[in-house]
Design a protein around this ligand. Structure first.
Ligand code: TMP
Ligand code: ASP
Length: 239
């Protein structure tokens, strides 16, 4: 099958409908801008299931996403979008690069969520950027940026509650947005929401259950992803 785009963890294929593409979740995992690599059997399947469940939950709550319909074990049909090359990171608890940047201990709760912007550019190593840089690079208008920031905070509020009810702590996560074809006017949530792109800890014990298990060589990567899946699918079945 012809590939439209291949990233580190996903592939896109054309469909008969020019406004829709097939998004495949790969078993490949990378960290540190691709410097560390591994393949985990079943990761694509679990991440697709988790993204699907979270997209369906968010859509029900009024968040517009590029999701169209499920396809098979590792693929879903999504609307064709032009991805805005900004990674929006929302944080509820200090962890990862924030801990290094501002010197607060990992695990410290934030009194209100922090939103950060990273320029999606592998050659530059995805640097953090400020709204003035977004303007200088013409990535989004002030109005678009404000609307996307508000949407990212809404998604955070919804997902934090959803994970909490499933016995999990949403520490932080990364989301991406895209301009929907054909007119590129609507901006919608795109890409994936999975343990690859979120930090998720056990609510009681703070045990790490996300991709940090791979980044930090903690072992039991897929077992932890599976535990997240079991908790959230069990919770979703009751709501
Ligand atoms: P960070 O603490 O390393 O900046 O990561 C913040 C969040 O963003 C964390 O949930 C992991 C996610 N993330 C990605 O999804 N892709 C990336 O390339 C990076 C660096 C982080
Ligand atoms: N996915 C990113 C990469 O490989 C980094 C990460 O998630 O830590 O560069």
């Amino acid at each position: 099958m012809k590939i439209i785009y291949e990233g580190k963890a996903k592939r896109l294929y054309p469909t008969d409908n020019p406004l829709e593409v097939l998004m495949e979740f790969k078993d490949d995992a990378t960290a540190f801008n691709g410097k560390k690599k591994a393949v985990f059997d079943n990761k694509g399947r679990i991440n697709k299931q988790i993204t699907l469940l979270l997209y369906q939950f968010l859509e029900k709550a009024g968040v517009q996403t590029h999701f169209v319909r499920d396809h098979d074990e590792t693929k879903m049909i999504v609307q064709r979008v032009d991805i805005i090359p900004i990674e929006f990171v929302v944080r509820n608890v200090v962890a990862g690069s924030l801990s290094k940047r501002i010197g607060l201990e990992e695990g410290a709760a934030l009194t209100r969520p922090i939103v950060e912007y990273y320029y999606k550019n592998d050659d530059l190593g995805d640097p953090m950027i400020a709204p003035d840089h977004i303007r200088a690079l013409n990535l989004a208008t002030d109005d678009e940026l404000e609307r996307i920031r508000d949407e990212a905070l809404t998604i955070n509020r919804l997902l934090t509650g959803f994970f909490r009810d499933a016995g999990l702590r949403l520490v932080d996560f990364k989301v991406e947005f895209g301009r929907r074809h054909p007119d590129l006017q609507d901006i919608v949530l795109a890409d994936e929401i999975s343990p690859d792109t979120c930090r998720i800890w056990d609510l009681e014990t703070n045990e790490i259950l996300d991709k940090d298990r791979f980044r930090r060589d903690l072992g039991q990567v897929m077992e932890s992803y599976q535990r997240i899946w079991e908790r959230i699918s069990g919770h979703a079945a009751h709501c």
